[in-house]
Design a protein around this ligand. Structure first.
Ligand code: CP
Length: 317
């Protein structure tokens, strides 16, 4: 595997999940694979889970790991060509990327959407430049429009917990005080649309996701109706995608918070969220603390999704 930025890069999803579960059953079976190999993790944005789980995954494979927080301790990077660099950005990404590539064997990049310019965000300019100029296999640790390591972990988790062959999985928008990217819901849709699950998306009017991510999923604007008979509730906030409101918060409607009353409408559904989560905005304390909440095993599977992806990249070096 030379790049991992979207669902298509993983190949047949059942094979990928099986490989991930094999990795999980024996995390240290491939410690020789990464010997004398180096992973460089580059963060343009903050992280708890991605940072720790990906580093642990690489260590399980015997790799050395370097972490660069671009906005803390590195030179500020210019990302656009043609800019007269007379401001506070001392280095251009086009020199920085090949230099970083010369120090490592595999690169992971986290670079969120700016939410100002839809075209710029949806062209994935930062990670695409790493793919083009680093000379190394590159994987996304959440880019502007997708978070594939999260969605792969979500799929692994659903496969582990499902009790019927074709579960009903509901992605629900929920309120949040700040404008968040569409990367997690986009990616979740992309991965759910690989499967034959009964996949439903629910959100207030104005929060429609990009059609290429919604695909053939059912969109239900009545959240309570969407929850009926669900086996998994996946909550997430996102900002508006559609013009002219791209990147804006249109609603803080607390009636969309996932609570115990709404969970009663489901078929005893499991509750999922990628974390970090704003309690009593996205989900009430009692739901996230309930025995049906699987947010912790979901986060733990981030190590497994990362290890499966890095293993495939090491095998292809
Ligand atoms: N879910 C997730 O990516 O968490 P972090 O932002 O903490 O890495």
């Amino acid at each position: 595997m030379k790049k991992f930025t979207c669902a298509q890069d993983i190949g047949p999803w059942r094979e990928a999940v099986k490989e991930a579960l094999d990795v999980k059953a024996d995390k240290f079976a491939f410690t020789e694979l990464g010997r004398n190999r180096t992973l460089l993790m580059i963060f343009f944005n903050s992280s708890l889970r991605t940072r720790l789980s990906t580093q642990k995954a690489a260590m399980n494979l015997g790799m050395n790991v370097m972490v660069l927080d671009v906005n803390q301790g590195a030179w500020k990077l210019e990302t656009e060509r043609g800019v007269v660099m007379d401001g506070d950005k001392a280095e251009h990404l086009l020199e920085a990327i090949p230099v970083m590539g010369s120090y490592c064997d595999i690169i992971g990049v986290r670079s969120f959407a700016g939410l100002k310019d839809k075209k710029e965000d949806y062209e994935e300019r930062v990670i695409e430049q790493f793919i083009r100029y680093s000379g190394r296999p590159v994987f996304s640790m959440e880019a502007a429009t997708r978070h594939p390591l999260q969605s792969f972990a979500d799929l692994i988790t659903i496969e582990e917990f499902k009790t019927k062959p074709r579960p009903k999985v509901v992605l629900t928008w929920a309120p949040h005080p700040r404008a968040l990217p569409q990367a997690v819901p986009n990616s979740f849709c992309e991965w759910m649309n690989l499967t034959d699950y009964d996949f439903v998306i629910t959100h207030p009017h104005g929060y429609e996701l990009a059609p290429e991510f919604v695909g053939g999923a059912k969109v239900e604007y009545d959240q309570r109706k969407a929850f009926e008979g669900a086996d998994f509730i996946y909550a997430k906030n996102w900002s508006a995608y559609a013009d002219p409101n791209y990147g804006k918060v249109l609603s803080a409607d607390m009636s969309w918070t996932v609570d115990a009353d709404k969970m009663q409408l489901t078929d005893n559904a499991f509750f999922m969220h990628c974390l970090p989560v704003r309690r009593n905005m996205i989900v009430t304390d009692d739901v996230i603390e309930s025995p049906r909440s699987i947010v912790i095993p979901e986060a733990a599977n981030r190590e497994i999704s990362a290890q499966t992806v890095i293993k495939r990249m090491l095998e292809a070096l």
